[in-house]
Design a protein around this ligand. Structure first.
Ligand code: NAD
Length: 474
């Protein structure tokens, strides 16, 4: 079903552009007003958001707050606190040869930003980029995921009353609607989703020369070694993997460790799962469900011919898939990616299956990581400084986290984004503001003294020598 705030997609985009051109979001006070409106939309409808997230993903109240609503509210508060400082022009030194002169960087909004979101964190991943877009003085068109329909229709219903000036427009729908949206002109596009659709978005953006931020996925590895506290490490890994039933872009996709560690790690993961979701996670009100039958069937397929070490049960009627740990056989040449030995290692799992891949050493784990696409996150559970250094220096990923997982996404001071196949560009906190602003260089030069004569013809010998000398000192 398609619902747009205006009568059609071009109208929605035109309305957002009209609001921008009328300057409704430009001044600092206007930006604060928009951010407060977004905050009010969340806080005044908290229970409606919680209910929608339950309906779409069986996300419990605490998780809805901790992993979605509160993070957006924190982003809003952070932006409100820092807006004045971010928006201040910065002085930039001018080279001697151009003196006397003054230069500064003046941040300005880009215009109309398009935000396309996935279904797994349907509030967070739609509204968190919106915070940055509004803080930077833009208007926006937001496209929630059609696969989280309750959240999508709630946002489409609320946005017009919290943004009556039309600065934020919602377009609901799936592929046809997004295709039509992408044919419009925007000043920036933030897309969160799969690499396959990321390529479609980038191709469409190229037609309009629109800059893009792509927040994509991939297989985020975890390394575990014997210097870590196994019970705490396993609990953190299990929490990060099985929250939202494994449907998290930065969930640890697979764990690498040496073969001697595997039995103890499996035991510790089993204990951690039982501690957090009980012996029967299906009965736990804090364990989620798989988003749809297609994803469910894909996950069931991974278990063909596999004897899970933990879990491995599922029920299609309610799309329940238990937290599952799979131990893979050790091989001489462990690998992930299309050439990997097991399907579970060939693509992003995006569900509650956690494979343990035995490797000979940390060096071999580094080879596995470097053998395929750069991951969105890398988690290293080790207290050994040499091992940490090895992973940090010899691999590339969107982020590295030691002895924890997921939590870097809540650190507003850190940019969030991928590298290579896991994405381009970054946002959160001041990085969002930077992503959605243009830093316009402004240079002022007085007409007197006319110092530019030095670099204009006719070139005298002395003047040229002096100009060259000054140029080289820039
Ligand atoms: P998806 O790429 O299928 O869909 C994302 C959005 O694109 C949706 O709004 C959808 O309507 C739209 N879309 C789908 N097909 C399209 C097409 N052919 N043309 C135009 N638009 C289209 O992704 P998803 O299934 O919603 O999410 C899962 C993926 O997203 C995983 O790969 C995951 O790792 C990634 N992800 C990344 C992040 C991040 O922050 N980096 C966060 C969450 C999810």
């Amino acid at each position: 079903m398609t619902l747009t705030q205006s009568s059609g997609i071009p109208d929605a985009v035109a309305a957002a552009r009209g609001s921008f051109e009328r300057g409704l979001t430009r001044s600092l006070s206007a930006r604060r007003r928009q951010l407060r409106a977004l905050g009010a939309m969340l806080t005044e409808n908290e229970s409606a958001f919680e209910a929608a997230l339950w309906k779409d993903l069986r996300k419990n109240r605490a998780e809805a707050q901790l992993t979605e609503i509160s993070i957006v509210l924190a982003e809003i508060n952070h932006a409100l606190r820092h807006l004045r400082q971010w928006a201040r022009p910065t002085r930039v030194p001018v080279p001697l040869v151009l003196m006397p002169a003054r230069a500064r960087l003046v941040p300005e909004p880009l215009g109309v930003v398009l935000v396309i979101a996935p279904w797994n964190y349907p509030v967070l991943l739609l509204l968190s980029p919106l915070v940055g877009a509004l803080a930077a003085g833009n208007t926006a068109v937001v496209k929630p995921s059609e696969l989280a329909p309750a959240t999508s229709s709630l946002i489409a219903r609320l946005v017009p009353s919290y943004f009556p000036d039309g600065a934020v427009q919602t377009v609901e729908g799936g592929v046809p609607e997004t295709t039509e949206l992408l044919a419009q002109r925007f000043d920036h596009i933030v897309f969160t989703g799969s690499g396959t659709v990321g390529r479609i978005v980038m191709r469409a953006a190229a037609e309009q020369l629109t800059p893009v931020t792509l927040e994509l996925g991939g297989k985020s590895p975890a390394w575990f070694d014997d210097s870590a506290d196994i019970a705490v490490a396993a609990r953190r890994l299990a929490w990060a993997k099985f929250t939202n039933a494994g449907q998290t872009c930065i969930a640890p996709d697979y764990i690498m460790t040496t073969p001697d560690q595997v039995p103890a790690l499996v035991d510790a993961l089993g204990t951690a799962i039982a501690d957090m979701w009980g012996r029967d996670p299906r009965a736990s009100c804090t364990y989620g469900r798989i988003v749809n039958d297609r994803q469910f069937d894909r996950l069931v397929g991974y278990l063909t011919g596999v004897d899970p070490a933990v879990g491995g049960t599922y029920d299609r009627t309610e799309r329940y898939f238990s937290p599952t740990v799979v131990t893979l056989p050790a091989t001489d040449r462990p690998a992930v990616g299309p050439d990997a030995a097991h399907p579970v290692l060939q693509e992003e799992i995006f569900g509650p299956i956690l494979p343990i891949l035995p490797v000979a050493s940390a060096e071999q784990a580094v080879q596995v990581i470097n053998g395929w696409d750069k991951p969105l996150a890398l988690y290293v559970f080790s207290s050994a400084p040499g091992i940490r250094r090895l992973f940090e220096e010899e691999t590339s990923s969107g982020a590295v986290v030691y002895n924890a997982a997921l939590i870097h996404a809540a650190a507003t001071g850190l940019p969030f984004g991928g590298v290579g196949a896991s994405g381009m560009g970054a946002y959160h906190g001041s990085y969002s503001w930077r992503t959605f602003s243009h830093l316009k260089p402004v240079l002022e030069k007085p007409l007197k003294p006319d110092s530019l004569r030095l670099i204009q013809p006719p070139f005298g010998k002395l003047g040229t020598a002096l100009a060259q000398h000054l140029m080289r000192r820039a």
